[in-house]
Design a protein around this ligand. Structure first.
Ligand code: NG6
Ligand code: CA
Length: 516
């Protein structure tokens, strides 16, 4: 557990401390602002997938370095067990299950965050940071019926980002092109793009009809338009010159991320670097193929780690590391077979993507949302391990506090200021947390309650236990981290209380204390 941090910035010299203590609160907070903030957000990376979280078969030296130099959280959560809702919460500070339409989006979905809303990037923009997002988006683009050949709006530039370079949805969904600011990159106007999620479009072969053209075959779903020898979810036609090459995605987005850092090296910046790794399709660059011994899933973990290393080296080279608050996390828990026959299951070889946790991506058990989370800010964050309960929904309020931004009553409604915990100064984070998969769960202290659901109990395709059963479940996480023993029958009163609290949280429509 992290020991209370010496408030080093203020207390270094007693005289300085006395002088600082006399400053008004606002000025003091401003003094503690980081020059830069970088959020590295991995995709589908599990609690057990990194060396610093106990993995022994795959080496992640760069991410382990952040852990060594920062605080590593062991009870930190994405809000949801899948991507779109977790990212929605990260950027809006609102639990996604409060809103319809925040589930896994198709690649032609409209933007689900309304322009004008107070978002994490908008708060940081207001605080004077140059804000950029590079990598996976998956929150929709446009206002419906988007024409990919024209200006793409609304998008990230309309909800608080100054710059974007995007994978619009996921690596396994069309359109398989990058979007920079408002345009598809490298698009030939003579070869316009069209996208459909309802019916085949154009004459491109599909994986269903032409499996002989595939270099990677689906195990479930993923049998529509073939791009780069890999069949995807959804149909697209045109845009040949703009199509990405999966093997180069990590290098391309890492280059864009480092270019952003270089460009704004003399100004405060906030970079949201959202990797494609380690989502499917797992197609590493040839220099990583076979490197992990665990097949493509392990290889793309190594590739992810190298991308992080490139960012760290860029910060070191530019002399920015000391002044940069760096946060590393993942959008949801791990999955081994997520729809392509990449031999991830066969080659697992004892590696445990979820570590000691039960479930995985899609699951109400803790592996769904308890994710790696590391915070580094040299000189400010004392290295250690923290058991504080924190959620990604809290980043907005915490970074608003850090950068001294005022919030209106209705802003970021579920986001709590857990800055002290994030900076390793206290072990107290939230006192409770709602986890979201098919059903909701409530964590309160050492206890976790999973509400009854209509199933299915298992996701047969991914072979993941979803924890969605008709009976209430109650686990004592401190004694039973693996959620093996359902104690609901032994503690009916606690079950009733936690169910009632969950009902209240739903009904109140917010977590952050309101006005008055
Ligand atoms: C599922 C996909 C899965 C993945 C997931 C989204 C099928 C059968 N499965 O529907 O492969 O794309 O959606 O993952 O299509 S996430 O990390 O973006 O939430
Ligand atoms: Ca994900």
């Amino acid at each position: 557990m992290v020991k209370p941090m010496s408030r080093r910035v203020f207390l270094k010299a007693a005289g300085l401390a006395a002088a600082v203590a006399l400053l008004p609160v606002r000025a003091r907070a401003a003094q503690g602002k980081p020059r830069n903030i970088i959020l590295i957000y991995a995709d589908d990376l599990g609690y057990g997938d990194l060396g610093c979280y106990g993995a022994t078969q795959v080496a992640t030296p760069h991410i382990d370095r952040i852990a060594r130099e920062g605080v590593r959280f062991v009870n930190a959560h994405s809000t949801s067990a899948t991507c779109t809702p977790s990212r929605y919460a990260l950027l809006t500070g609102e639990y996604p299950w409060r809103r319809q339409g925040t589930g896994i989006l198709p690649g032609d979905a409209r933007l689900i965050i309304e322009p004008g809303r107070t978002t994490l990037p908008a708060l940081l923009q207001r605080a004077g940071y140059q804000t950029g997002v590079v990598g996976k988006w998956h929150l929709g683009l446009g206002a419906g019926h988007l024409d990919w050949n024209q200006d793409i709006a609304p998008g990230p530039l309309d909800i608080g980002f100054d710059y974007c370079f995007l994978i619009p949805a996921t690596g396994d969904r069309v359109p398989c092109v990058y979007v920079e600011d408002r345009r598809v990159v490298g698009l030939d106007p003579q070869d316009p793009i069209q996208v459909s999620y309802t019916k085949p479009i154009g004459t491109d072969p599909t994986g269903r009809d032409h499996p002989e053209l595939l270099k990677m075959h689906p195990s479930h779903g993923h049998d529509q338009t073939i791009v780069n020898g890999i069949s995807r979810i959804g149909y697209m036609t045109g845009g040949q010159a703009a199509r990405w090459v999966d093997e180069d995605i990590a290098d391309t987005i890492t280059r864009k991320a480092t270019a952003f850092i270089e460009k704004y090296r003399a100004e405060p910046f906030f970079l949201y670097f959202s990797t494609h790794d380690i989502h499917v399709p797992r197609v590493p660059h040839p220099r990583f193929a076979g490197k992990s011994g665990l097949g493509p899933r392990g290889d793309v973990i190594v590739q992810l780690d190298e991308a992080v290393g490139t960012l760290l080296a860029t910060l070191d080279r530019l002399g920015l590391a000391e002044d940069t608050l760096l946060i590393f996390s993942s959008d949801n828990g791990p999955v081994v077979d997520d729809g392509y026959r990449d031999r991830a299951v066969e080659l697992l070889d004892g590696h445990r993507p979820a570590g000691p946790l039960r479930g995985g991506k899609y699951s109400a058990f803790d592996a769904g949302t308890r994710v790696p989370w590391i915070v580094r800010w040299p000189g400010q964050v004392r290295p250690g391990v923290s058991g504080a309960l924190v959620s990604q929904v809290d980043l907005a309020a915490s970074l608003a506090a850090l950068t001294d931004q005022k919030l209106a009553a209705d802003d970021i409604p579920d986001s709590l200021d857990v800055l002290g915990a994030l900076l390793g100064r206290t072990d107290r984070g939230r006192d409770h947390l709602v986890e979201h998969a098919g059903v909701l769960s409530l964590i309160q202290g050492d206890w976790k309650y999973i509400e009854p659901g209509q199933g299915p109990r298992m996701n047969v395709n991914t072979n993941i236990e979803l924890g969605n059963v008709p009976q209430p479940q109650l686990y004592h996480l401190r004694d039973d981290l693996g959620e093996k023993t359902n104690l609901a029958a032994e503690h009916p009163q606690r079950v009733r209380e936690m169910a009632a609290r969950l009902r209240d949280i739903r009904q109140q429509g917010r977590t952050r204390p309101g006005p008055r």
